[in-house]
Ligand binder design. Structure first.
Ligand code: G3H
Ligand code: 13P
Ligand code: ZN
Length: 325
């Protein structure tokens, strides 16, 4: 069946790699994630946001994820390591409903709350979740942009001096931190970036690795999570724009920075936007090149293949979680 994150994170930290946490909202995304994980022999976290639950229905997504374990076996994986995780749980009730329905892991995102309220809410979720061996991700620090329906103008980096107190008081199993990433395809303004003379591409300012180092010094070996870790592949953006899309100045996290993070105690890296770009690029290409096509399998199939390629690239070339089953 589904597993929680405990052993998975321990192995990832000791092995210097990170587990991919891919969001899914539909069958094609889930299939592509599982195909990629099976072919690369990688553990994987399937994550469901509140928006995904509203879009696709929580029960259907849960059965899909539970079915994913059998699907992985059918694809030839003898011992799949698949987590079903709630992404950005906003209330105790949302977390409880996921725990009660078979999720193996949940995030309670109290990062926008005053510190003591974040502690109290996270502790309450942990106390409930641990009765069912469900692991809990908490968050300290606020990402710029939209997170959990809360819009923040600026990053509020995680304060290393708070993390020991937070983890001790709440008992959470992993901690999401804010070091300069953000959600979506527009993570930096072009004016914050400089042009790489070799490629002509915009290079964003570096993430705050000093903050990560500070957190790791306070909490040696404790599982750290990075949200907002899409790289916004230029090829996908170009394809989208070539076939009628309009994504201007979309900028993500350079893969080198994610590689560096994956080697540290960062053991879960969240990627959603890149999958959306891969899906959109493939669908737009079919629509542009074969305007008479109207069988959804003829465009969602190529979309699935393109997402699978992207997931495999992340696993093998960025996070290093391949051949770990
Ligand atoms: O946290 C952000 C994830 O990319 C999920 O996004 O809330 O639009 O499903 P969503
Ligand atoms: P991206 O928007 O960078 O893919 O981040 C996804 C995420 O953090 C989901 O929780
Ligand atoms: Zn997130």
């Amino acid at each position: 069946g589904l597993v929680n994150t405990r052993e998975m994170f321990k192995k990832a930290i000791n092995g210097g790699y990170a587990i991919p946490a891919f969001n899914f909202n539909n069958m094609e995304q889930m299939q592509a994630i599982i195909q990629a994980a099976v072919e690369t022999k990688s553990p994987v976290i399937l994550q469901v946001s509140k928006g995904a639950r509203q879009y696709a229905n929580a029960t259907l997504l849960r059965y899909m994820a539970q079915g994913a374990v059998e699907y992985a076996k059918e694809l030839g994986c003898a011992n799949p390591q698949i987590v079903l995780h709630l992404d950005h749980g906003d209330t105790f009730e949302t977390c409880k409903s996921c725990i009660d329905s078979g999720f193996s892991s949940v995030m309670i995102d109290g990062s926008h709350l005053p510190y003591d309220e974040n502690v109290a809410l996270t502790k309450k979720v942990v106390e409930y979740a641990h009765q069912f061996d469900v692991t809990v991700e908490g968050e300290l620090g606020v990402l710029a942009g939209v997170e959990d329906d809360v819009v923040a103008e600026h990053h509020t980096y995680t304060r290393p001096e708070e993390v020991v107190d937070f983890v001790t008081k709440t008992g959470c199993d992993s901690l999401a931190i804010s070091i300069g990433t953000s959600h979506g395809a527009y993570k930096f303004k072009p004016e914050q970036c400089h042009v790489d003379p070799a490629t002509g591409r915009l290079v964003p300012p570096p993430l705050a690795f000093d903050v990560l180092d500070g957190v790791m010094k306070e909490l040696p070996g404790f599982p750290i999570v990075l949200h907002g870790s899409s790289s916004v592949p230029q090829e996908e953006v170009d394809t989208i724009n070539k076939y009628g899309g309009k994504l201007e100045a979309a900028i993500g996290i350079p893969e080198d920075e994610l590689r560096k993070a994956a080697k540290s105690a960062v053991c879960k890296i969240n990627i959603d936007s890149d999958s959306r770009l891969a899906m959109t690029a493939a669908v737009r290409k079919v629509f542009a090149e074969k305007p008479a096509e109207f069988d959804p399998r003829k465009y969602l199939g190529p979309a699935r293949d393109n997402m699978k390629k992207l997931y495999e690239h992340k696993i093998v070339n960025v996070l290093g979680s391949d051949n770990k089953l």
